[in-house]
Design a protein around this ligand. Structure first.
Ligand SMILES: C[S@@+](CC[C@H](N)C(=O)[O-])C[C@H]1O[C@@H](n2cnc3c(N)ncnc32)[C@H](O)[C@@H]1O
Length: 404
């Protein structure tokens, strides 16, 4: 698509760059052609529809009732009697759009317009309600009057976040609205893996889409979080707020990626990342093992629990028989303990202990150790509700080391 990103002339350069490109990709082209949404009718188009005869079917516009003579059959050439009584032939080189019989049916159905006095050449009525369903095919040129400019976006951002520096080329919300409208429906998931000032997420939110934004820069804190909080609180009057009748609501969760839990040593073996301290490791391993991280202040081996009597203990130590026996004695007959360690010696058979090496599936499930921290969207942990909180914003993982 060609987007008219500025409307003023840029005099400093050889040419004034007034447009930019949007590149459209579809994973399966025919599928995209099937699901792509048409555009709504613009104000300009809507103004063409009127209702001078107060037709109960609503506003309409009209198209000529004659066609090129070469396209017609012999029975489309006839003399037509207008409501005023005047008789009219089709213009030279033209025929009527319909046969005489069909024309009479259309006139009876009040689908033909002869002007207020009934004396004009016939025109066929096209009703707005029939057009509304199909909408408009998006064109490849997107003018500034329809989708806004970089300058519009700058003004909106300055109004919303007056204290932060504005990006060089922020995108106007109406531009993203068109993109998201064409490609998605309510409830769909929109991804912006280079979120910048957060326009995509803000627009997706106002349009009732779910969204994921990824950002490695500080503007996550300076721009994106404050912006989305305002959107949620209904304190963002700019952009598409008015057009979408946005009043606020919804929420989001924020995750900070921890460093990789495991890394390869120089011999290619998986070892626990040196950046991890014991507490971080314990917390990271509780979830995949089905335990709630709840370290005890008094009992060193209680890092988490699944029930009142079932605990988990994570250690980077290699445990020998004496250590395991001592643990088993402390746990006692009424409780059970999962021990996750890097290695153990002995047969590790204790009635109340399950002793495991840190499981391989931690590696495969979480892709630790790659530079790819796949966030499994379908398995996102639920944010705990905060008392008295209306919007569902929660800043998770602010403390270093938590894993999504
Ligand atoms: C030009 S901005 C995009 C802004 C926004 N998508 C828009 O169209 O208005 C690109 C952003 O991507 C961020 N970024 C670059 N590499 C990244 C990465 N590997 N992971 C996450 N964010 C990244 C940059 O910090 C920058 O804020």
């Amino acid at each position: 698509m060609i987007w008219e990103k500025r409307t003023s002339r840029e005099n400093r350069r050889v040419f004034s760059f007034n447009h930019d490109h949007l590149i459209v990709y579809g994973k399966i082209k025919p599928e995209f052609e099937r699901v792509r949404n048409p555009l709504g009718l613009s104000d300009e188009v809507l103004l063409r529809y009127r209702n001078p005869d107060t037709d109960p079917r609503g506003a309409w516009q009209s198209v000529s009732a004659n066609a090129q003579a070469g396209h017609g059959t012999a029975n489309q050439f006839y003399r037509l009697k207008l409501p005023s009584g005047r008789e009219l032939d089709p213009p030279k080189g033209r025929c009527w759009l319909y046969t005489k019989e069909r024309m009479e049916q259309e006139i009876a159905a009040k689908n033909v317009w002869f002007g207020v006095d009934g004396d004009n050449a016939p025109r066929i009525k096209k009703f707005l309600r029939d057009n509304e369903d199909s909408g408009l095919t998006p064109e490849t040129i997107w003018p500034a009057v329809e989708v806004g400019t970089n300058d519009d976006a700058k003004k909106d951002l300055l109004q919303l976040l007056p204290d932060v520096s504005v990006f060089d080329n922020p995108k106007p919300e109406s531009l993203l609205e068109r993109v998201i409208h064409i490609a998605t429906n309510e409830g769909d998931l929109v991804l912006d893996s280079f979120a910048g000032s957060g326009t995509t997420g803000a627009v997706a939110h106002k349009m009732g889409r779910r969204w994921i934004m990824v950002e490695l820069g500080e503007h996550c804190h300076t721009h994106i979080i404050p912006r989305l909080k305002k959107v949620i609180d209904g304190e963002d009057p700019g952009g598409i707020t008015e057009a979408t009748k946005w009043k606020g609501g919804g929420g989001f969760r924020y995750f900070r990626l921890a460093p990789s839990l495991l890394e390869k040593d120089k011999w290619g073996n998986w070892v626990i990342n040196k950046e991890y301290n014991a507490a971080m490791l314990a917390e990271a391993l509780c979830k995949p093992e089905g335990f709630q991280y709840a370290p005890s202040d008094t009992t060193y081996w209680q890092h988490g629990r699944s029930t009142e009597r079932d605990f988990v203990y994570v250690t980077t130590a290699q445990l020998n028989h004496e250590q395991l026996q001592q643990l088993s004695d402390e746990v006692g007959a009424d409780r059970t303990l999962l021990v996750l360690c890097t290695a153990f010696r002995g047969r590790a058979e204790y009635p109340n202990l399950t002793v495991k090496k840190i499981p391989k599936r931690v590696l495969s499930r979480c892709e630790w150790g790659h530079d790819d921290y796949s966030l499994q969207v379908e398995k996102l942990p639920k944010a705990p509700p905060k008392p008295g909180q209306q919007g569902l914003f929660s800043e998770e993982d602010e403390t270093e080391g938590k894993q999504p």
